[in-house]
Design a protein around this ligand. Structure first.
Ligand SMILES: [Zn+2]
Length: 417
Protein backbone atom coordinates (compact mmCIF):
# COMPACT_ATOMS: atom_id res chain seq x y z
CA UNK A 1 0.00 0.00 0.00
CA UNK A 2 1.47 3.34 -0.98
CA UNK A 3 1.38 5.97 1.74
CA UNK A 4 -0.84 9.01 1.20
CA UNK A 5 0.69 12.04 -0.47
CA UNK A 6 -1.06 14.37 1.96
CA UNK A 7 -1.23 12.39 5.21
CA UNK A 8 -4.04 13.26 7.59
CA UNK A 9 -6.14 11.65 10.30
CA UNK A 10 -9.10 11.32 7.95
CA UNK A 11 -9.55 7.58 8.55
CA UNK A 12 -9.33 7.91 12.35
CA UNK A 13 -11.84 10.74 12.19
CA UNK A 14 -14.16 8.69 10.02
CA UNK A 15 -14.05 5.75 12.47
CA UNK A 16 -15.19 8.10 15.21
CA UNK A 17 -17.91 9.91 13.19
CA UNK A 18 -19.64 6.65 12.19
CA UNK A 19 -20.22 5.69 15.84
CA UNK A 20 -22.54 8.69 16.27
CA UNK A 21 -26.12 7.82 15.27
CA UNK A 22 -27.17 10.57 12.85
CA UNK A 23 -29.99 8.80 11.03
CA UNK A 24 -32.46 11.41 9.74
CA UNK A 25 -36.23 10.93 9.87
CA UNK A 26 -38.97 11.82 7.43
CA UNK A 27 -41.57 11.78 10.21
CA UNK A 28 -40.05 14.52 12.32
CA UNK A 29 -41.33 18.06 12.75
CA UNK A 30 -38.03 19.45 13.99
CA UNK A 31 -34.97 20.68 12.12
CA UNK A 32 -32.59 18.92 12.08
CA UNK A 33 -35.02 16.02 12.05
CA UNK A 34 -33.10 14.08 14.72
CA UNK A 35 -30.96 15.23 17.69
CA UNK A 36 -28.09 12.80 16.93
CA UNK A 37 -27.13 14.94 13.96
CA UNK A 38 -26.45 17.84 16.31
CA UNK A 39 -24.07 15.63 18.32
CA UNK A 40 -21.87 15.15 15.27
CA UNK A 41 -22.25 18.79 14.20
CA UNK A 42 -21.12 19.91 17.68
CA UNK A 43 -18.16 17.54 17.55
CA UNK A 44 -17.19 19.08 14.21
CA UNK A 45 -17.37 22.58 15.72
CA UNK A 46 -14.93 21.45 18.44
CA UNK A 47 -12.58 19.79 15.98
CA UNK A 48 -12.59 22.74 13.57
CA UNK A 49 -11.81 25.11 16.44
CA UNK A 50 -9.02 22.85 17.68
CA UNK A 51 -7.52 22.74 14.20
CA UNK A 52 -7.42 26.52 14.22
CA UNK A 53 -9.94 27.36 11.50
CA UNK A 54 -11.53 30.81 11.44
CA UNK A 55 -15.21 31.77 11.80
CA UNK A 56 -16.30 28.40 13.16
CA UNK A 57 -20.07 28.70 13.62
CA UNK A 58 -23.15 26.58 14.10
CA UNK A 59 -26.37 28.37 13.25
CA UNK A 60 -29.83 27.87 14.77
CA UNK A 61 -30.62 25.11 12.23
CA UNK A 62 -27.43 23.19 12.93
CA UNK A 63 -25.41 24.16 9.84
CA UNK A 64 -21.70 24.27 10.67
CA UNK A 65 -19.54 26.63 8.62
CA UNK A 66 -15.83 27.41 8.98
CA UNK A 67 -13.00 29.05 7.04
CA UNK A 68 -9.51 27.84 6.22
CA UNK A 69 -7.79 31.23 6.09
CA UNK A 70 -6.02 32.10 2.83
CA UNK A 71 -2.25 31.70 2.53
CA UNK A 72 -1.88 33.27 -0.91
CA UNK A 73 -0.54 36.75 -1.62
CA UNK A 74 -2.95 37.13 -4.52
CA UNK A 75 -6.00 39.24 -3.84
CA UNK A 76 -8.44 37.88 -6.41
CA UNK A 77 -8.54 34.16 -5.56
CA UNK A 78 -12.23 33.19 -5.33
CA UNK A 79 -13.53 31.61 -2.14
CA UNK A 80 -14.33 27.97 -2.78
CA UNK A 81 -16.36 25.67 -0.55
CA UNK A 82 -16.48 21.99 0.36
CA UNK A 83 -19.73 20.54 1.66
CA UNK A 84 -20.83 17.23 3.18
CA UNK A 85 -23.92 16.06 5.07
CA UNK A 86 -23.90 14.57 8.58
CA UNK A 87 -27.09 12.50 8.39
CA UNK A 88 -27.49 8.90 7.29
CA UNK A 89 -30.36 7.31 5.41
CA UNK A 90 -33.71 6.74 7.17
CA UNK A 91 -33.90 3.37 5.37
CA UNK A 92 -31.37 1.44 7.47
CA UNK A 93 -30.44 1.74 11.15
CA UNK A 94 -27.39 3.84 11.95
CA UNK A 95 -27.48 3.12 15.72
CA UNK A 96 -24.49 1.43 17.32
CA UNK A 97 -22.39 1.27 14.16
CA UNK A 98 -19.30 -0.90 14.68
CA UNK A 99 -16.86 -0.22 11.89
CA UNK A 100 -14.72 -3.22 10.90
CA UNK A 101 -11.32 -2.84 9.27
CA UNK A 102 -10.34 -5.44 6.70
CA UNK A 103 -6.65 -4.98 5.96
CA UNK A 104 -4.93 -6.21 2.80
CA UNK A 105 -8.15 -7.26 1.07
CA UNK A 106 -7.52 -10.18 -1.27
CA UNK A 107 -10.88 -10.58 -2.97
CA UNK A 108 -12.30 -12.95 -0.35
CA UNK A 109 -15.95 -12.84 0.77
CA UNK A 110 -16.34 -10.35 3.61
CA UNK A 111 -18.89 -11.91 5.98
CA UNK A 112 -20.26 -9.37 8.44
CA UNK A 113 -20.34 -11.03 11.88
CA UNK A 114 -23.49 -9.50 13.40
CA UNK A 115 -25.55 -10.90 10.51
CA UNK A 116 -23.65 -13.48 8.47
CA UNK A 117 -26.29 -13.21 5.73
CA UNK A 118 -24.68 -9.89 4.83
CA UNK A 119 -21.70 -10.81 2.67
CA UNK A 120 -19.65 -8.59 0.35
CA UNK A 121 -18.74 -10.74 -2.60
CA UNK A 122 -16.33 -9.64 -5.26
CA UNK A 123 -18.55 -10.83 -8.07
CA UNK A 124 -21.49 -8.74 -6.85
CA UNK A 125 -19.38 -5.64 -6.13
CA UNK A 126 -17.34 -4.90 -9.21
CA UNK A 127 -15.71 -1.87 -7.59
CA UNK A 128 -13.98 -4.22 -5.13
CA UNK A 129 -11.83 -5.47 -8.02
CA UNK A 130 -9.86 -2.27 -7.77
CA UNK A 131 -9.28 -2.74 -4.01
CA UNK A 132 -6.97 -5.77 -3.91
CA UNK A 133 -4.30 -5.12 -1.29
CA UNK A 134 -6.21 -2.16 0.13
CA UNK A 135 -7.88 -1.63 3.50
CA UNK A 136 -11.68 -1.86 3.37
CA UNK A 137 -13.98 -0.56 6.10
CA UNK A 138 -17.45 -2.07 6.53
CA UNK A 139 -20.10 -2.08 9.26
CA UNK A 140 -20.70 -5.24 11.29
CA UNK A 141 -23.88 -6.50 9.61
CA UNK A 142 -26.73 -5.00 11.65
CA UNK A 143 -26.43 -1.36 10.55
CA UNK A 144 -25.30 0.73 7.63
CA UNK A 145 -21.78 2.14 7.82
CA UNK A 146 -22.52 5.79 7.16
CA UNK A 147 -19.69 6.30 4.68
CA UNK A 148 -22.45 8.25 2.93
CA UNK A 149 -21.52 10.95 3.81
CA UNK A 150 -19.17 10.66 6.80
CA UNK A 151 -16.39 9.63 4.45
CA UNK A 152 -16.87 13.03 2.78
CA UNK A 153 -16.83 14.82 6.13
CA UNK A 154 -13.65 13.02 7.21
CA UNK A 155 -11.97 13.82 3.88
CA UNK A 156 -12.81 17.52 4.13
CA UNK A 157 -11.57 17.54 7.75
CA UNK A 158 -8.42 15.68 6.68
CA UNK A 159 -7.72 18.23 3.96
CA UNK A 160 -8.34 21.10 6.41
CA UNK A 161 -5.92 19.51 8.86
CA UNK A 162 -3.28 19.17 6.14
CA UNK A 163 -3.69 22.68 4.74
CA UNK A 164 -3.55 24.29 8.18
CA UNK A 165 -0.34 22.36 8.93
CA UNK A 166 1.17 23.38 5.57
CA UNK A 167 0.83 27.14 5.18
CA UNK A 168 3.48 26.98 2.42
CA UNK A 169 0.72 25.71 0.11
CA UNK A 170 -0.72 28.84 -1.47
CA UNK A 171 -4.50 28.92 -1.60
CA UNK A 172 -7.35 31.35 -1.32
CA UNK A 173 -10.08 31.40 1.35
CA UNK A 174 -11.76 28.01 1.70
CA UNK A 175 -15.14 27.57 3.31
CA UNK A 176 -16.32 24.31 4.82
CA UNK A 177 -20.01 23.48 5.28
CA UNK A 178 -21.55 20.55 7.16
CA UNK A 179 -25.29 20.15 6.74
CA UNK A 180 -28.11 18.07 8.25
CA UNK A 181 -31.05 16.19 6.69
CA UNK A 182 -29.77 15.65 3.14
CA UNK A 183 -31.20 12.14 2.99
CA UNK A 184 -34.73 13.43 3.50
CA UNK A 185 -34.32 16.09 0.82
CA UNK A 186 -34.01 18.96 3.30
CA UNK A 187 -30.25 19.50 3.31
CA UNK A 188 -30.36 22.94 1.73
CA UNK A 189 -33.62 24.12 3.27
CA UNK A 190 -31.95 26.71 5.51
CA UNK A 191 -28.56 26.81 3.77
CA UNK A 192 -27.59 30.47 3.73
CA UNK A 193 -25.59 30.77 0.51
CA UNK A 194 -24.71 34.39 1.19
CA UNK A 195 -23.40 33.70 4.67
CA UNK A 196 -21.49 30.67 3.39
CA UNK A 197 -19.77 33.15 1.14
CA UNK A 198 -18.19 30.80 -1.41
CA UNK A 199 -18.31 31.57 -5.12
CA UNK A 200 -18.12 27.90 -6.10
CA UNK A 201 -18.36 24.72 -4.08
CA UNK A 202 -18.00 20.96 -4.25
CA UNK A 203 -20.03 18.36 -2.38
CA UNK A 204 -17.85 15.38 -1.43
CA UNK A 205 -20.59 12.75 -1.67
CA UNK A 206 -19.87 10.60 -4.72
CA UNK A 207 -18.93 7.00 -5.26
CA UNK A 208 -15.94 5.74 -7.20
CA UNK A 209 -12.39 7.07 -7.38
CA UNK A 210 -12.07 9.75 -10.06
CA UNK A 211 -15.77 10.48 -10.46
CA UNK A 212 -17.19 13.97 -10.96
CA UNK A 213 -20.93 14.34 -11.07
CA UNK A 214 -21.89 17.47 -12.93
CA UNK A 215 -25.25 16.34 -14.11
CA UNK A 216 -28.28 15.11 -12.19
CA UNK A 217 -31.96 14.62 -12.85
CA UNK A 218 -34.41 17.43 -13.15
CA UNK A 219 -37.11 16.37 -10.73
CA UNK A 220 -40.75 17.13 -9.95
CA UNK A 221 -43.57 15.45 -8.09
CA UNK A 222 -46.82 15.09 -10.00
CA UNK A 223 -49.77 15.05 -7.60
CA UNK A 224 -52.97 13.61 -9.01
CA UNK A 225 -56.25 13.14 -7.11
CA UNK A 226 -59.31 11.29 -8.41
CA UNK A 227 -62.62 12.32 -6.90
CA UNK A 228 -65.59 9.98 -6.88
CA UNK A 229 -68.91 9.78 -5.08
CA UNK A 230 -69.48 7.63 -2.01
CA UNK A 231 -72.82 6.13 -1.01
CA UNK A 232 -73.86 3.15 1.07
CA UNK A 233 -72.68 0.21 -1.03
CA UNK A 234 -76.05 -1.51 -0.58
CA UNK A 235 -77.80 1.32 -2.40
CA UNK A 236 -75.01 2.41 -4.71
CA UNK A 237 -76.39 1.34 -8.07
CA UNK A 238 -76.06 4.12 -10.59
CA UNK A 239 -74.75 6.53 -7.95
CA UNK A 240 -71.43 5.43 -6.53
CA UNK A 241 -68.23 6.39 -8.33
CA UNK A 242 -65.33 4.62 -6.60
CA UNK A 243 -62.21 6.77 -6.96
CA UNK A 244 -60.00 3.81 -5.98
CA UNK A 245 -61.04 2.06 -9.19
CA UNK A 246 -60.47 5.20 -11.24
CA UNK A 247 -57.00 5.60 -9.73
CA UNK A 248 -56.20 1.92 -10.36
CA UNK A 249 -57.25 2.39 -13.99
CA UNK A 250 -54.92 5.40 -14.25
CA UNK A 251 -51.97 3.47 -12.78
CA UNK A 252 -52.73 0.61 -15.16
CA UNK A 253 -52.33 3.00 -18.09
CA UNK A 254 -48.82 4.09 -17.11
CA UNK A 255 -46.13 2.79 -19.48
CA UNK A 256 -44.42 -0.35 -18.21
CA UNK A 257 -41.76 -1.13 -20.82
CA UNK A 258 -40.44 2.43 -20.85
CA UNK A 259 -40.60 5.58 -18.67
CA UNK A 260 -40.49 3.53 -15.46
CA UNK A 261 -37.60 3.04 -13.00
CA UNK A 262 -37.68 -0.74 -13.56
CA UNK A 263 -37.02 -0.39 -17.29
CA UNK A 264 -34.76 2.65 -17.66
CA UNK A 265 -31.06 3.37 -17.11
CA UNK A 266 -28.29 5.85 -17.95
CA UNK A 267 -29.87 9.06 -19.18
CA UNK A 268 -33.44 7.86 -19.62
CA UNK A 269 -36.13 9.50 -17.51
CA UNK A 270 -39.09 7.93 -15.75
CA UNK A 271 -42.39 8.45 -13.96
CA UNK A 272 -42.79 6.58 -10.69
CA UNK A 273 -45.99 6.36 -8.62
CA UNK A 274 -44.80 5.82 -5.06
CA UNK A 275 -47.50 6.89 -2.61
CA UNK A 276 -51.25 6.25 -2.80
CA UNK A 277 -53.78 7.58 -0.31
CA UNK A 278 -57.01 5.79 -1.14
CA UNK A 279 -60.69 6.08 -0.25
CA UNK A 280 -63.93 5.71 -2.22
CA UNK A 281 -64.50 9.44 -2.27
CA UNK A 282 -60.95 10.56 -3.04
CA UNK A 283 -57.75 8.77 -4.05
CA UNK A 284 -54.56 10.72 -4.46
CA UNK A 285 -51.31 9.47 -5.95
CA UNK A 286 -47.85 10.99 -5.80
CA UNK A 287 -45.78 10.36 -8.89
CA UNK A 288 -42.06 11.14 -9.09
CA UNK A 289 -41.06 12.55 -12.48
CA UNK A 290 -37.37 12.45 -13.44
CA UNK A 291 -35.45 13.40 -16.56
CA UNK A 292 -32.02 14.89 -17.34
CA UNK A 293 -33.68 17.31 -19.70
CA UNK A 294 -36.14 19.78 -18.18
CA UNK A 295 -38.16 19.83 -21.42
CA UNK A 296 -38.31 16.04 -21.32
CA UNK A 297 -39.59 16.36 -17.77
CA UNK A 298 -42.36 18.66 -18.92
CA UNK A 299 -43.28 16.29 -21.77
CA UNK A 300 -43.67 13.43 -19.29
CA UNK A 301 -45.85 15.64 -17.09
CA UNK A 302 -48.05 16.39 -20.09
CA UNK A 303 -48.32 12.67 -20.77
CA UNK A 304 -49.41 12.10 -17.14
CA UNK A 305 -51.92 14.93 -17.37
CA UNK A 306 -53.42 13.50 -20.58
CA UNK A 307 -53.57 9.97 -19.15
CA UNK A 308 -55.39 11.30 -16.09
CA UNK A 309 -57.91 13.23 -18.25
CA UNK A 310 -58.52 10.24 -20.50
CA UNK A 311 -59.00 8.00 -17.48
CA UNK A 312 -61.71 10.16 -15.88
CA UNK A 313 -63.42 10.55 -19.26
CA UNK A 314 -64.03 6.78 -19.10
CA UNK A 315 -65.55 7.03 -15.60
CA UNK A 316 -68.65 9.24 -15.79
CA UNK A 317 -69.08 11.31 -12.65
CA UNK A 318 -65.40 11.12 -11.68
CA UNK A 319 -63.21 14.20 -11.52
CA UNK A 320 -59.48 14.78 -11.42
CA UNK A 321 -57.20 17.37 -9.88
CA UNK A 322 -53.51 17.64 -10.76
CA UNK A 323 -50.66 19.71 -9.41
CA UNK A 324 -46.94 19.79 -10.17
CA UNK A 325 -44.45 20.41 -7.38
CA UNK A 326 -40.93 21.33 -8.44
CA UNK A 327 -38.17 19.43 -6.63
CA UNK A 328 -34.86 20.34 -8.30
CA UNK A 329 -33.33 20.95 -11.72
CA UNK A 330 -30.36 19.42 -13.52
CA UNK A 331 -27.27 21.14 -12.12
CA UNK A 332 -25.66 21.02 -15.56
CA UNK A 333 -27.86 23.93 -16.66
CA UNK A 334 -25.95 26.05 -14.12
CA UNK A 335 -22.52 24.38 -14.27
CA UNK A 336 -22.32 24.87 -18.04
CA UNK A 337 -22.29 28.63 -17.37
CA UNK A 338 -19.28 28.21 -15.03
CA UNK A 339 -17.03 25.72 -16.86
CA UNK A 340 -14.00 26.53 -14.65
CA UNK A 341 -15.61 24.71 -11.72
CA UNK A 342 -15.66 21.28 -13.34
CA UNK A 343 -12.40 21.95 -15.21
CA UNK A 344 -10.60 22.56 -11.92
CA UNK A 345 -11.99 19.30 -10.54
CA UNK A 346 -10.84 17.38 -13.61
CA UNK A 347 -7.33 18.82 -13.21
CA UNK A 348 -7.25 18.07 -9.45
CA UNK A 349 -8.26 14.45 -10.04
CA UNK A 350 -5.53 14.12 -12.72
CA UNK A 351 -2.92 15.51 -10.33
CA UNK A 352 -3.99 12.90 -7.80
CA UNK A 353 -2.97 10.33 -10.40
CA UNK A 354 -6.51 9.29 -11.23
CA UNK A 355 -8.58 9.10 -14.38
CA UNK A 356 -11.32 11.78 -14.18
CA UNK A 357 -14.75 10.52 -15.18
CA UNK A 358 -17.78 12.71 -15.68
CA UNK A 359 -20.81 10.81 -14.51
CA UNK A 360 -24.49 11.76 -14.54
CA UNK A 361 -26.33 10.88 -11.31
CA UNK A 362 -29.74 9.25 -11.53
CA UNK A 363 -30.81 11.27 -8.53
CA UNK A 364 -30.11 14.62 -6.99
CA UNK A 365 -27.59 15.98 -4.53
CA UNK A 366 -27.56 19.00 -2.29
CA UNK A 367 -25.57 20.53 -5.14
CA UNK A 368 -28.61 20.21 -7.40
CA UNK A 369 -30.40 22.75 -5.27
CA UNK A 370 -27.34 24.84 -4.38
CA UNK A 371 -26.63 25.39 -8.10
CA UNK A 372 -30.01 27.07 -8.45
CA UNK A 373 -29.58 28.98 -5.18
CA UNK A 374 -26.58 30.74 -6.74
CA UNK A 375 -23.75 28.41 -5.69
CA UNK A 376 -22.46 26.24 -8.57
CA UNK A 377 -21.69 22.89 -6.86
CA UNK A 378 -20.77 19.66 -8.64
CA UNK A 379 -20.33 16.44 -6.66
CA UNK A 380 -16.97 14.69 -6.30
CA UNK A 381 -16.17 11.09 -5.35
CA UNK A 382 -15.80 10.33 -1.66
CA UNK A 383 -15.24 6.59 -2.12
CA UNK A 384 -18.68 5.66 -0.77
CA UNK A 385 -20.12 2.34 -1.99
CA UNK A 386 -23.41 0.46 -1.51
CA UNK A 387 -25.18 3.55 -0.21
CA UNK A 388 -28.04 3.11 2.28
CA UNK A 389 -27.36 -0.55 2.93
CA UNK A 390 -25.77 -2.85 5.48
CA UNK A 391 -23.12 -3.80 2.93
CA UNK A 392 -21.86 -0.22 2.66
CA UNK A 393 -18.05 0.04 2.41
CA UNK A 394 -15.24 2.49 1.79
CA UNK A 395 -11.52 2.00 1.26
CA UNK A 396 -8.89 3.99 3.13
CA UNK A 397 -6.87 4.55 -0.05
CA UNK A 398 -9.89 6.18 -1.71
CA UNK A 399 -10.39 8.43 1.30
CA UNK A 400 -6.78 9.61 1.18
CA UNK A 401 -7.15 10.18 -2.57
CA UNK A 402 -10.19 12.38 -1.95
CA UNK A 403 -8.14 14.42 0.56
CA UNK A 404 -5.52 14.79 -2.15
CA UNK A 405 -8.11 16.05 -4.63
CA UNK A 406 -9.35 18.68 -2.16
CA UNK A 407 -5.81 19.94 -1.50
CA UNK A 408 -5.07 20.03 -5.24
CA UNK A 409 -8.28 21.97 -5.86
CA UNK A 410 -7.17 24.55 -3.30
CA UNK A 411 -3.87 24.93 -5.17
CA UNK A 412 -5.44 25.01 -8.63
CA UNK A 413 -7.87 27.82 -7.81
CA UNK A 414 -4.93 29.85 -6.57
CA UNK A 415 -2.76 29.09 -9.60
CA UNK A 416 -5.54 30.00 -11.99
CA UNK A 417 -6.43 33.30 -10.36
ZN1 LIG B 1 -25.04 11.30 0.59
Amino acid sequence: MESPKYPSRCVERFLEYVTIDTQSSEDSESYPSTPGQLDLLRLLVDELSELGLDDVTMDEHGYVFATIPPTTRKKQVPTIGFIAHVDTSPEVSGAGVKPLIHENYQGQDLVLPDDPSVVLRLKENRHLEDQIGQTIITASGSTLLGADNKAGIAEIMGAAEYLIAHPEIAHGPIRLGFTPDEEIGQGTRYFDVERFGAVYAYTMDGETLGEIQDEAFSADTFHVAFIGTNTHPGFAKGRMVNSIKVAADFVGRLPVDRMSPETTEDKQGYVHPYVVDAGVERTSIKVLVRDFDTEGLQRMEQTLEELARRTVADWPGAEVETRIEESYRNMKEVLDCHPAVVEAAIEAIRRAGLQPRLQPIRGGTDGSRLCFMGLPTPNLFAGEHNFHSRSEWVSTRDMHKAVEVIVELARIWDERS
